[in-house]
Design a protein around this ligand. Sequence first.
Ligand code: ADP
Ligand code: MG
Length: 213
Amino acid sequence: MTDTAGVPLRLSSFIGRKKEMGELRRLLVHTRLLTMLGPGGAGKTRLATEFARSQSHRFADGQITIELVEVRDPALVPDAFARAAGIRLQAEDTIGTLVHRLISSEMLLVVDNCEHLTEAAATVVARLLAACPRLVVLATSRERLNLDGEVVWRLSPLALPQTADTSRTTYLPSWRSAVDSTGCRLPSSWLQREHPAFRRPRLWPVSTIVFAC
Ligand SMILES: Nc1ncnc2c1ncn2[C@@H]1O[C@H](COP(=O)(O)OP(=O)(O)O)[C@@H](O)[C@H]1O
Ligand SMILES: [Mg+2]
């Protein structure tokens, strides 16, 4: 499901990343291809989609997300672009059709999860950027696309602060009570993956949770 800005809707609130949003904004004024690198779970997809949503004023034809995570066959990468852009492809020269339809579009393309199809994604992106002067691409991947002019930008996982004053640490019985009592919306899946302390959350330090919000 996508919102009116053409990017996926999220159910949890977006935490932090002010500095990173600012850097993306600055870099994407001067480059038309930025690849965000980072380990799985670092928050690349989330940051890229939140960034795209924040740019709705900048691109006359909006922004779209091309989601590659479920695409297994490199030959189907152009179809993923076409689906996201609402373009019906002709049988031959699929990339040519994409170019033809997007040639005068002013649009941000978020190309998400390129790592398993780097070469195929790079081929489509290179053709589009060479032919369509007002397209800008923000790719997320675990490896770069290796294209001329590509700016590679690394994203680190969100850091949880260490609680300096442990005497003030209050423990809560579960994730749900933490949410209820603080009004926070932490991404529990992310916390559990990134922070071993949260993997079997029976008792979580509330001071840490409050700070992280
Ligand atoms: N800044 C954030 N605020 C809220 N949730 C986040 C944030 N960053 C990541 N998440 C959540 O953490 C999970 C993993 O993030 P994701 O963007 O999919 O990582 P990656 O794309 O690097 O593998 C997702 O559920 C995502 O919504
Ligand atoms: Mg991702």
